[in-house]
Design a protein around this ligand. Structure first.
Ligand code: C2E
Ligand code: MG
Ligand code: MG
Ligand code: MG
Length: 286
């Protein structure tokens, strides 16, 4: 809606913006075709226990296996679709892929959960709980197998409706994670008003823990806040062993980041985890 308004306002004197909107509607058309052809694939990035290294869950991250441009990250196509109706079938595809993957892992003895990311439009959609309930039933999964990740900014658009939708999901037993925590507005208000079960510390804070005293103090405060509220706390964007040990020392319970694993296709997860377990089981060499 906002994008449409923008476009109208600039149509006469800003040819660049007009070009941009044409490019983005071409992209939307192409994405619609790609979705139909199975080009939208879901990768999974582990969330691990900070102390034991045990795999707790994975986060579903969509990619577009483009026929000529290669594997595109969501930043290259999501902005163009997130305010169009195409976001609905796209999300349905991500949810279905993620639940099918978890079903498979659970069937093979890996009792993990999967987290999906939702846009502002979807967290305000009254149809979402019913849709998720149906998807869980279809795959024969308990609601505890699913976590939804929302950002503070995605909660701004329609706060009242969003509260209803997230409240309903939580009643069902779905986990609720505050993504990129600390980068949006009213972080404390959301923690007060929403039935949050997990906080994800934004990677910009996490990256600073090693060399910035201020970032380290902020991260420690977020971890303590999570503990005081009885919430899980995940550090995202952990890239170095030094960063991992600082976070673990601060009491962070879960870690996610390139140091542990990059996002990977579903069929590589078990292999990754087996290799990981073999590494930790290896006797220390004197
Ligand atoms: P996010 O949910 O905050 O996801 C974390 C992003 O950081 C992912 O980028 C991930 O690949 C990247 N990342 C993970 N570990 C590290 C690290 O150690 N270092 C660095 N530099 N980056 C790391 P990605 O996959 O490009 O996704 C970007 C954003 O796109 C996500 O941010 C999320 O907001 C959105 N997104 C991804 N998939 C979906 C989806 O299926 N639906 C919706 N609505 N949004 C999605
Ligand atoms: Mg996320
Ligand atoms: Mg994040
Ligand atoms: Mg992010």
């Amino acid at each position: 809606y906002a994008a449409k308004q923008e476009r109208g306002r600039h149509a006469f004197y800003d040819p660049e913006s007009e070009e941009h909107s044409t490019a983005s509607s071409v992209l939307v058309g192409e994405l619609q075709r790609g979705l139909g052809k199975g080009e939208l694939v879901v990768f999974y990035q582990p969330k691990v226990d900070a102390l034991t290294g045990a795999l707790i869950g994975v986060e579903a991250l969509v990619r577009w296996q483009h026929p000529t441009r290669g594997l595109l990250p969501p930043g290259r196509f999501l902005p163009a679709v997130e305010n169009t109706p195409l976001v609905v079938p796209l999300t349905a595809h991500v949810i279905d892929s993620a639940l099918a993957a978890v079903r498979g892992w659970r069937d093979r003895g890996l009792a993990i959960s999967v987290a999906i990311n939702l846009t502002a439009r979807q967290v305000a959609s009254e149809d979402l709980p019913r849709q998720i309930e149906a998807a869980l039933a279809l795959h024969g999964l308990p609601s505890q197998a699913l976590v939804v990740e929302v950002t503070e900014s995605s909660l701004m658009a329609n706060p009242a409706q969003t509260r209803t939708v997230l409240g309903r999901l939580r009643e069902m037993g779905v986990g609720l994670s505050m993504d990129d925590f600390g980068t949006g507005y009213s972080s404390f208000t959301h923690l007060r008003d929403l039935p949050v079960t997990e906080i994800k510390i934004d990677q910009s804070f996490v990256a600073g823990t090693v060399d910035s005293v201020r970032s380290a103090a902020l991260v420690k405060s977020i971890i303590d806040l999570a503990h005081n509220l009885g919430l899980n706390v995940v550090a995202e964007g952990v890239e170095t062993t030094e960063c991992r040990s600082v976070l673990t020392g601060m009491g962070c319970t879960m870690l996610q980041g390139y140091l542990l694993a990059r996002p990977m296709p579903a069929d590589q997860l078990e292999q990754w985890y087996a290799a990981q377990l073999a590494l930790t089981a290896e006797p220390a060499v004197a």
